[in-house]
Design a protein around this ligand. Structure first.
Ligand SMILES: O=C(O)CCC(=O)C(=O)O
Length: 312
């Protein structure tokens, strides 16, 4: 879908834009089924390892992981940091509908940025409530100058009850990376998130993004945003995907590579997902703690990443 001039201007001025009705519910069904498969696989592995007894196979997309999380705290984080990019999510990330809009923002040469997330925001799950941050703060210093639009795509009608995104309108305008803190320094929360203290946030209107299924939120890499608590009884599933132009700093140099998605130089170009996924750096999700990998404990939900050194 093509954005209008007014929408492009709004994205530029506000640092975010909600695009309504980009996808029909049935276009997202394949992704939901794929996620059901990931949850089923996790449940079976947990059962096989003697960690749980009930697979909760009778429960549906919006409920099953909550039941698994109750029986095995950490299940929701394990889905979030699983890090294996499955075909439906890859297809969404590189879908003509998204790339057409991104091409209007970035131009015809488009790389997928290596940070992507499947968010399994279970009800009242403290570790899924993401505090105020700028996306670029999770990357190496200097990457803030690279234009890196994010698409945040809920797989449910997202609203203030189930913990949608809030954005600080125009908060990208200074071009600065604000001071971030590590949340896990607070004794109360074993978290891997960064946060900006209220006093360090620029002034601006806080906009709560009420987004029906099928809509997409485009964010600027510098606009402060957060997600609030999920007070509903359903899982607020979402994905977030990013892009940038080739040849510019991506902020994960030496850790993970971007992937070319579209180029005007070769109209018949097709994405080689397999080659990208084969590099071990890409197979390992950025959030997966090195220690957990070393210990080969597939059920360790500990998370760390290079941003922790940046802000320690
Ligand atoms: O989905 C969420 O709860 C938070 C998403 C977010 O902060 C992001 O995509 O940068």
């Amino acid at each position: 879908m093509r954005l209008s001039e007014a929408q492009l201007k709004q994205y530029d001025a506000d640092g975010f834009l909600i695009v309504h009705d980009l996808f029909k519910a049935e276009e997202l069904k394949g992704l939901q089924d794929e996620i059901d498969g990931l949850v089923d696989d996790l449940a079976r592995r947990l059962q096989g390892a003697g960690k749980i007894t009930n697979l909760h196979a009778d429960k549906s997309f919006y409920y099953r992981l909550t039941a698994l999380e109750r029986d095995f705290p950490g299940a929701a984080v394990l889905i979030h940091i699983g890090g294996i990019l499955k075909p439906q999510l890859a297809a969404l990330w590189s879908s003509p509908k998204l790339l057409e809009m991104i091409e209007q923002i970035l131009g015809p040469e488009i790389m997928g940025h290596p940070v992507w997330n499947l968010r399994s925001k279970a009800p009242s799950h403290v570790l899924s409530t993401v505090p105020w941050h700028q996306d670029t703060a999770y990357l190496a210093a200097g990457a803030e100058h690279t234009f890196q639009p994010t698409a945040w795509i809920p797989l449910i009608d997202a609203d203030s009850e189930n913990g949608t995104i809030q954005v600080l309108k125009g908060g990208h305008k200074s071009g600065k990376v604000f001071q971030h803190q590590l949340e896990n320094k607070k004794a109360s929360k074993a978290s891997w998130y960064l946060y900006i203290e209220d006093a360090d946030l620029p002034p601006g209107e806080i906009v709560t993004c009420n987004m029906p299924l099928g809509s997409v939120l485009l964010l600027n890499q510098l606009v402060p945003h957060r997600s609030t608590e999920n007070r509903s009884d359903r899982i607020r599933w979402s994905v977030d995907l990013r892009w940038q132009r080739p040849g510019e700093p991506h902020g994960l140099e030496g850790v993970k590579d971007p992937i070319l998605m579209r180029t005007a130089k070769d109209p018949s170009y097709t994405i080689d997902w397999e080659a990208w996924a084969k590099t071990s750096r890409n197979a390992i999700e950025i959030g997966r703690a090195d220690k957990a990998m070393e210990m080969k404990d597939e059920f360790n939900a500990m998370v760390s990443g290079p941003w922790m050194d940046r802000w320690r």
